[in-house]
Every structure is written in structure tokens, then in C-alpha cells.
Design a protein around this ligand. Structure first.
Ligand code: ZN
Length: 286
């Protein structure tokens, strides 16, 4: 799932490549992906791209006249920039992984795609990004929140730090992958309780959040956006590395499975060397 660093890199790429170009046409192939009907997709035609921004994990493509295409890529969505399209024939609804195509006046453009059968990609054509429910409820941004804001947000939601960090209403931008990395960098158990973190632990967690996300943004920007893959991240130390050695201490990275997700962590770095119990027993080990 694309998280803050990948979306930030996509916005950066669009600012370089698409700003100043005019839209020829916005085509909707997956009707269910476009969550709004007014303004109509035809309202984008003829407008110039003026900016690309990020809110949490949402990408916002801004057009002149104050129109925004706000996109949540969900678990398997991505944006592919095309220097040219093979055909000028408009997409037909219901076929293939392309949900939405935006054609620009130099023949280039981008496709919003979604792999797999679970279609969760959500796009909104709005005059105000705050009209998108997921944007309106976002907490402070994980990359820019200062320590006081960060600590206030996390302590305001009592719970296991892994779950709280990934709650977009608490902190915008962090998902399953980078929360594993942040907690590893901060040497904190994913099951530590937010309201029991000391000031030192909170400061360490805040610094780790900015460092892990900032480094990932830098790595993502270093690649060409067309080749960026949300699922092929480099530089991860524990996430998706179950059974491999921790690059910091050499201990074996372990996993806790949940119904529809899992987390990875290093016992030596994060839990005093003790493996965490599975979810039925997780209350016993913090
Ligand atoms: Zn370790």
C-alpha cells in the first residue's frame, strides 16, 4: 500500500512533469472508483495542472479554476505516468486495471491503476479537498508535525502504539509498512501503550518518524516515478522481512499475524529479546 513517502514522491514527480500542461480529457474506466459526480469529469478538460500536493496518503492534482482530483490509492493502487498513450480511443468502462486516465495536451498523461479484484481505489473531483471525508478527518501530518503536536496527537488516543500510529485521524500518512520501520528505529514494542510512553520515548518516536519517512521520501524521489513501486520499497529493516536477520543487531525478524494483516519486529531491538505472543495473548506481553 502506498504510504506517505510514495505519495509524496508521486506528487513531486507530477509537479515536475505535469504542471503547466493542459488536460485534454479525463476518462473513467472504473465507474466505482470515482466517488463524486458533480463536477462532472468533463469539467477538467481544458484546465491546466497547477500543482500536485499530498494530504496524509491522499494525492491531490490541482487544476486551474480551483478544481482538485483527490486520489486514495488504497492497497493496490498506483499512478503510472505515460510519455505517450498507444491509442487515442477513450477507455471503455469495466476492462483491465486502469481506473482513470488523464490525457494532457503534450500527448503524455497518467493512469490511475489498481491491481487485483478488490477495488478500493477512490478518486474525488472536488472544488475543495476538505470535501473528501478521508482528508477532512486527517490528523496532523506525520512528516511535518513538531514534537508537541505529535505527542499530543498520540497521547490523545490510548491504545497500542502500532495501531495508533496508523490511525489516519491521529496522524496522517503512516501505514502498516512504515509503522513497523518507525517502531524498529525507535526501539519500541508495537504493543506499547501510547499513554504510558515516557517523554524520552515520545521524543525518540517523533524523531524516528521524521527520519524514517524523510529517508524514504528521499529514496523514492531518487527513482523515476514511472518505476516507483509501492510494493518494491528499498531500505526496509523489518517490514516484510520475517525470518531474515535484523540489519541492526542480527536477531531474527519476527511476525505477529492478524486477520487481514501482519506486523514485523525485532525482539532484541524492540521487546527486550522476548518474542511477542500472537493476538490472543498480546495483552500479556508489552
Ligand atoms: Zn534488531
Amino acid at each position: 500500500m502506498p504510504e506517505l513517502p510514495e505519495v509524496e514522491a508521486l506528487a513531486g514527480y507530477l509537479r515536475q512533469r505535469a504542471v503547466g500542461r493542459r488536460v485534454d480529457r479525463l476518462e473513467v474506466a472504473a465507474i466505482s472508483a470515482l466517488k463524486t459526480y458533480d463536477p462532472a469529469p468533463t469539467a477538467v478538460a481544458g484546465r491546466a495542472v497547477t500543482d500536485a500536493r499530498r494530504y496524509g496518503k491522499f494525492l491531490d492534482v490541482v487544476f486551474d479554476g480551483g478544481l482538485h482530483l483527490v486520489v486514495h490509492l488504497a492497497r493496490a493502487g498506483w499512478l503510472h505516468y505515460r510519455e505517450a498513450f498507444a491509442s487515442t480511443v477513450p477507455l471503455r468502462p469495466g476492462k483491465g486495471p486502469i481506473a482513470i486516465r488523464v490525457r494532457l495536451d503534450d500527448g503524455s498523461g497518467f493512469d490511475l491503476t489498481e491491481a487485483g479484484t478488490q477495488k478500493k481505489l477512490a478518486a474525488y473531483l472536488v472544488t475543495d479537498p476538505q470535501a473528501v471525508p478521508g482528508v477532512a478527518k486527517l490528523g496532523p501530518d506525520a512528516l511535518s508535525a513538531d514534537l508537541a503536536t505529535f505527542a499530543g496527537a498520540l497521547r490523545g488516543r490510548r491504545g497500542q502504539v502500532k495501531g495508533v500510529l496508523t490511525d489516519q485521524a491521529v496522524l496522517g500518512g503512516v501505514g502498516n509498512a512504515y509503522s513497523d520501520e518507525i517502531l524498529h528505529a525507535a526501539k519500541l514494542s508495537p504493543f506499547a501503550l501510547t499513554d504510558r510512553l515516557t517523554d524520552d520515548q515520545m521524543a525518540t518516536l517523533h524523531a524516528a518518524t521524521r527520519r524514517v519517512l524523510g529517508d524514504a521520501v528521499t529514496r523514492s524521489l531518487g527513482q523515476r516515478a514511472a518505476e516507483l513501486k509501492g510494493e518494491k520499497r528499498s531500505g526496509l529493516k523489518v517490514h516484510a522481512r520475517t525470518g531474515l536477520p535484523c540489519p541492526v543487531c542480527g536477531d531474527t525478524v519476527r511476525e505477529v499475524s492478524f486477520a487481514d494483516s501482519s506486523l514485523q519486529y525485532c525482539p532484541t531491538c524492540q521487546t527486550g529479546g522476548k518474542p511477542l505472543a500472537d493476538r490472543r495473548l498480546s495483552r500479556l506481553v508489552r
